[in-house]
Design a protein. Sequence first.
Length: 186
Amino acid sequence: MARQHKKTDFPVHQVRRYLEPGPIVLVSSRRRDKTNIMTLGWHTMLEFSPSLVGCMISGGNHSHRMIHDSGECVINLPTTALTDTVVGIGNTSGAEVDKFREFGLTAEPAQEVQAPLIRECHASFECRLHDDALVDRYNFFIFEVVKAHVASVPKHPKTLHYTGDGVFITAGGVVDRKSLFRPGML
């Protein structure tokens, strides 16, 4: 049996340190002739088919207006090799700097949307705005993934997960329980 540790009170405004839904992503966008990249940690899968992803993009973020107006973006999955780039992008405003040039990233054309893919990322998911009913109230966008591009290796990339205050953890080792899995279980 797993060892039980004493629990203490914890500030509710910091629970995201334990409940972040997934890896840090880089969201690329295009509006007219301008591109941008933002670092994003607040996203969640909502549905399998169609493949829907919810993203909280602050109204004060330069990408918010670009994505809202264009109705599309690309969600790119960086690995730990891009940790400093992820932090740099998150600390820089796209209103002031071309982030592709500033951080030495390669913009590649997407197939279904105008926003660019980021070549250096392990995966890129082309998205169209599926539902904006929660944008005005919660800055919550619901996207449909319309095209996915994933590198064949590594099968399980090392990704970053934000815990707050400039601290990340990485995806751990793989735990395989396929023999116990029943379809529809998770």
